[in-house]
Ligand binder design. Structure first.
Ligand SMILES: CC(C)(COP(=O)([O-])OP(=O)([O-])OC[C@H]1O[C@@H](n2cnc3c(N)ncnc32)[C@H](O)[C@@H]1OP(=O)([O-])[O-])[C@@H](O)C(=O)NCCC(=O)NCCSC(=O)C[C@@](C)(O)CC(=O)[O-]
Length: 346
């Protein structure tokens, strides 16, 4: 559909904001953020109307120490699901088999899967009958690779093709165990080590991941180098390669202030899912100088002003942004959030 039509709300003008602040937003913070703060953040986000929240990362704690308590977060979410207006999908990053094993051992401790020696193809586990609490929609596994060899090496210490080899058995097992799979493609619009990225590399990788069984691809502008022109070219290439827009989400960082215009261009191409972080938290450890994700508040503000529905309570989200910025000692990077709160105070 053309962008013009989005100005008129209609039943299919729903835009989903995938909140990544509790993972992408916090992973790069230098000081250790207490588990209680992370849990409070997740609980407060859950109350704002968001439907998908990325909350942890089963990476090596030597590489990303801030994410070391992801097992505790998974356990907490499953045992004490945050209150929310509707069921929420909680997402966890998994880089390799070891990370998936760590994820599954927590999932298994709580009775959702059991170890079984006859199930090699499902990572040694079988699904049990135990249902997720009603406040939880799904628990998703998010894999991540990148569009350039240099970034993949820096981020996960392997080549792109090795990363795909790592993913195949994880996808098979996750699907067999009923876990939805998301896959990130980092540096899709520019690499800090290799510069511009050929859109064909992104589309080939996306097709590979979809054929492997990924349910959704998050196309990430890790460096924030993307512009409306390069975003348009990338989306044209993805479409021409036969990739359906409902299968992708876009993940913009706002390093050069281009995240909102890029999101606007993406709407024109039919993209309806966007990753964002409350208060614009974030920054990738392997992308020097990259600043935070596009702020969720700013994205909600823009989408709603265009007539799209996000289902998110912008006032409540702005308060969460203000609170977490204070907690981690960072400036609140959301323009809309700050403006809204200032207006309320008057
Ligand atoms: C992939 C690895 C683990 C390879 O790291 P490696 O060092 O090559 O791993 P290894 O297989 O050689 O193992 C070395 C040691 O690490 C352990 N190990 C191995 N794997 C794990 C694991 N999963 N969890 C815990 N421990 C693990 C393993 O058991 C072993 O322990 P030891 O025998 O020495 O005691 C590492 O490179 C890594 O953790 N990378 C992740 C870095 C990261 O967190 N990056 C940020 C997330 S991606 C991102 O932010 C981008 C995104 C998604 O937001 C989108 C965007 O904007 O682009």
């Amino acid at each position: 559909r053309s962008f013009a039509s989005i100005a008129t709300p209609s039943s299919d003008d729903h835009v989903e904001i995938i909140e990544v602040g509790a993972r992408d937003g916090l992973q790069n913070e230098k000081q250790a953020i207490p588990l209680e703060t992370k849990i409070k953040l997740i609980e407060r986000l859950a109350q704002t109307g968001l439907k998908t929240i990325e909350v942890g990362s089963f990476v090596s704690p030597k590489w990303t120490p801030q994410m070391a308590n992801s097992s505790e977060i998974l356990q907490h979410v499953l045992e004490t699901p945050p209150q929310s207006p509707h069921p929420i999908s909680y997402q966890f990053l998994v880089p390799n088999q070891r990370g998936f094993d760590n994820f599954l051992s927590t999932y298994s401790r709580l009775g959702y899967v059991s170890k079984s020696s006859n199930s090699e193809e499902t990572a040694g586990y079988v699904a049990n009958d135990k249902r997720l609490p009603s406040a939880i929609g799904t628990v998703d596994v998010s894999l991540f690779t990148a569009a350039t060899e240099s970034f993949t090496q820096k981020n996960t210490n392997c080549s792109i093709s090795e990363s795909l080899d790592r993913f195949r058995p994880i996808v098979t097992a996750a699907k067999a165990l009923g876990l939805p799979v998301r896959a990130y493609i980092s540096v899709a619009l520019g690499c800090p080590y290799e510069g511009p990225v050929a859109p064909q590399n992104v589309s080939e990788l996306a097709i590979n991941l979809l054929e492997m069984g990924a349910d959704e691809i998050s196309v990430a502008d890790t460096t924030g180098m993307g512009t409306p022109t390069t975003t348009r070219t990338l989306l044209k290439t993805l479409k021409a390669a036969g990739i359906e827009m409902p299968d992708i989400a876009l993940h913009f960082h706002d390093t050069y202030g281009q995240a909102l215009p890029n999101a606007l261009v993406s709407l024109e191409y039919g993209v309806r899912k966007f990753d964002a972080a409350v208060a614009g938290l974030g920054g990738c450890p392997y992308s020097p100088g990259a600043t935070g994700n596009v702020s969720s508040e700013d994205l909600v503000y823009m989408m709603e002003s265009l007539g799209a529905r996000t289902g998110v309570d912008l006032g409540a989200l702005s308060e969460v942004g203000d609170w977490i910025s204070h907690e981690v000692g960072r400036r609140n990077e959301s323009r809309a959030g700050k403006a809204l709160l200032a207006k309320r105070k008057k």
